[in-house]
Each structure stands twice: as structure tokens, then as C-alpha cells.
Write a protein that binds this ligand. Structure first.
Ligand SMILES: *Cc1c(COP(=O)(O)O)cnc(C)c1O
Length: 232
């Protein structure tokens, strides 16, 4: 077994151990392998070990890998900061975008999503950590923006995503994820048909699963420590 394959098994085992503690089924939790900064060969290796869904943060890098590996039929999720001048490429290449944080971006994605493809699956990124985090929509703005997104053509609003400020303490980790879960439940009560909570990474996926995560986004535990810090 390769390192990546062994790491993947270990992460799947973490998910399988965490789910029943909250009376959840591990099959209801999607593992998104975050391959940012890693070469296409690493994605290929993970794919050979059975991994289907991959997350990328940088448009150019993600597009290159998705195009090179198109014949593998993988699912590509964009999870990084998105500028409107790059929205077209993302709408053309990716299956999901987790990081929608304003109406203008969503409108660009909708406008450029090719008619031949299924609707782009999107999550609204929410800032659950206030001052500690600059990315994401303030919680107070979520209900209106979610409604606006849900009404756009060529997009399918699937739910919410967050990257809380990192904590070592399980209770504090859970608290931030709990805030996201509360807004999510409120949107559902208000009639939005959503099914996705994208939250939890290498260091806090158990806390996220305890609060209802349906997608965990894991990079380091699968591919190793990232050497390069790119800023594209
Ligand atoms: C890098 C990244 C991840 C993965 O983080 P790890 O700590 O390496 O598991 C998840 N989500 C987002 C948005 C990221 O940028």
C-alpha cells in the first residue's frame, strides 16, 4: 500500500469511528481530499486507492489538474477564495464551489455555467468566527443571500461551508461548527431544500462530524504537510 492509500484508509477510519458517536452513519459523510499544492500524480494515486472527490483552492492549479485527469471521471470541488474574473473557468471546469460569499460571484458562476453540464453545486461560505476570520458571509447576511442563490439558474444551492478559527480544544471546535449547524437548520425550517454542511479539516473533523458535517475537507492527513505556501 502507498502512503497516500494508507493515509486515506486512516482518515476513513477516523470518520467511521466518529460517526456512530453521534448516532450517524459514516456513509452520509463525504470525504473531500484537498489536493492543493500537490501534483496530479498524487491525485492519481489517491484515485487509484478509490478516492473520487477532490478539493482545490487555486483556480489555475485546480483547472490544470482537472483537465489533465479528465479521463478519470473525478469530482472537482473549488474551495478557495474566488474573484469574479476567474468565475468563468471555475464554472466551466468544477462540479462544486464551496466558497461563494457574495451575490456577484454567484451571478457570474450562473452566467458562465455551460448549459451542457449539470447545475453547479454551491455552498455559501459563512464566517462563524467573527473578527478571527475574514472570509465568508457574516451570519446575519446568510438568510437573504441563501435565498438569492437558491433562485439563480444553473446553480444548485446545497448548503453551507465554514472554516472556523483553529482551536485545539474539542469543545471550542464544536462550538463554531454548532453555530453553522444552527443557521443551516434555520434555513431548512424556512423551506430551503439544502442538504450539505461542509465543515471539518484534518485537525477538527471529529468535532465537525459531531455537529452534523456531511462533507469533511481533508488535506494534510491524506497527502502530508504542505511544503509550498502559494498565494494565487
Ligand atoms: C487547505 C484547506 C483544507 C484542508 O486543510 P488540512 O488542514 O490540510 O486538512 C480544507 N478546507 C479548505 C478551505 C482549505 O483551504
Amino acid at each position: 500500500m502507498t502512503t497516500i492509500s494508507a493515509n486515506l484508509q486512516a482518515v476513513l477510519a477516523r470518520i467511521a469511528a466518529a460517526a456512530p458517536k453521534s448516532r450517524r452513519n459514516a456513509d452520509d459523510i463525504l470525504l473531500l481530499a484537498v489536493s492543493k499544492t500537490w501534483p496530479a500524480s498524487a491525485v492519481r494515486e489517491a484515485a487509484a486507492a478509490g478516492q473520487r472527490a477532490f478539493g482545490e483552492n487555486y483556480v489555475q492549479e485546480g483547472v490544470e489538474k482537472a483537465v489533465e485527469l479528465a479521463s478519470l471521471g473525478l469530482e472537482w470541488h473549488f474551495i478557495g477564495p474566488l474573484q469574479s474574473n476567474k468565475a468563468r473557468r471555475v464554472a466551466e471546469i468544477f462540479d462544486w464551489v464551496h466558497s461563494v460569499d457574495r451575490l456577484k460571484i454567484a451571478e457570474r458562476l450562473a452566467e458562465h455555467r455551460p448549459a451542457a453540464l449539470p447545475p453547479l453545486q454551491v455552498c455559501l461560505q459563512v464566517n462563524v468566527s467573527g473578527e478571527d476570520s475574514k472570509s465568508g458571509v457574516p451570519m446575519a447576511d446568510v438568510p437573504l443571500l441563501a435565498r438569492q442563490l437558491a433562485s439563480l439558474p444553473r446553480l444548485k444551492l446545497r448548503g453551507l461551508m465554514a472554516i472556523p478559527a483553529p482551536h485545539d480544544d474539542f469543545v471550542q471546535q464544536r462550538h463554531a461548527f454548532g453555530l453553522l449547524r444552527e443557521i443551516y437548520e434555520r434555513l431548512k425550517r424556512d423551506g430551503l431544500k439544502i442538504d450539505t454542511l461542509s465543515m471539518g479539516m484534518t485537525h477538527d473533523l471529529e468535532a465537525a462530524i459531531a455537529e452534523g458535517a456531511t462533507i469533511v475537507r481533508v488535506g494534510t492527513a491524506i497527502f502530508g504537510e504542505r511544503m509550498v505556501k502559494t498565494s494565487r
